[in-house]
Design a binder for this molecule. Sequence first.
Ligand code: GLO
Ligand code: MG
Length: 346
Amino acid sequence: MAKPHSYKFCFGPWNLSEGADPYGPPTRPVQSFDWKLDQLREHGFEAMMFHDDDAVPDIDSKSSAQLVKEAKSLSKRLKDAGVAAEMVAPRLWFSPHTIDGAYTNNDPKCRKYAIERSLRCIDIARAMDTDLIVLWLAREGTYIRESKDARRCVDYLVEAMDKMLGYDKKIRLAIEPKPNEPMDHAYLPTIGHALAVAQLTRDPKRVGCLIESAHALLAGLDPADEIDFAMAFDKLWSLHLNDQNGMKFDQDKPFGSNNLRIAFNQVRTLERTGYGRHGEYVCFDVHPFRPTQPNHWMDHLVNSRQTFLRLLEKARSFDDKQAQALVKDRNYQALDQLVIEHLLGK
Ligand code: GLO
Ligand code: MG
């Protein structure tokens, strides 16, 4: 059996959010990026994930040369702090040009903006020494079915990805599927959709995926099965662990907060399939509960990592031999209880 390896952990500046939601203002004071980086480092996380404008604010008003200069200076600060940049993601859902979608907007000028912005994101990623571009396709979908041509939108998505792959021969694209929110229906709702579209691009080997636990749950799927599916293609290049209480709004709860068994099965499958052995990070896309006070600002991240590590012990100490014997005997009742007793600490 391969030697157990240690995992590397990561989060993004947006995961230290201030508590605003559609129904109310922030509940914690705004903090600077430097403060967030210090928190990440002090709490022993190894890397940070970035939106392009987390790395370089006001992208659309700056020249390419300026973007690269600022990204390089950030990269130096990260290196001095001993923190890696895990990925950069184009934030394609804030601009007036992306009100009705980015790559799949009905207006060619808006689609052009989205592609241009993605190429700038690649410039930033390059300057920050990461080859990973994450595509969370926030507004690629519809509010009402008749507003877009879904068949044509597949071509638009492929066209945009092809432009990115052609622009830089080294970058890899990781699609982060989510079935809904902010849209009613998104065009790439699951890992199956993401990996199928990857096959249509000019370089399928460089198009993979990122699984977020909550997004899989919102699609009515088990995140562990999504992980196994992606690993069967060697295409799981990043991971947003969190939790979700049913099919509601995207809750981004701490990992394991809602369902420990679902969390256990994710850790178990990551262990079994060797996730992280090529340098992939375990990222937590979690938010503090809105009532959280500023002195507990990091707790949801530290707790998520703690839960992950506790579940890792559980995955490693699970009696696989006994489980296999029960499977052979088709005694799933006993297998069910074996898991429950193990999680309860017996
Ligand atoms: C929202 C997504 C979002 C992305 C992030 C990186 O539901 O999970 O947080 O992960 O923008 O692309
Ligand atoms: Mg996410």
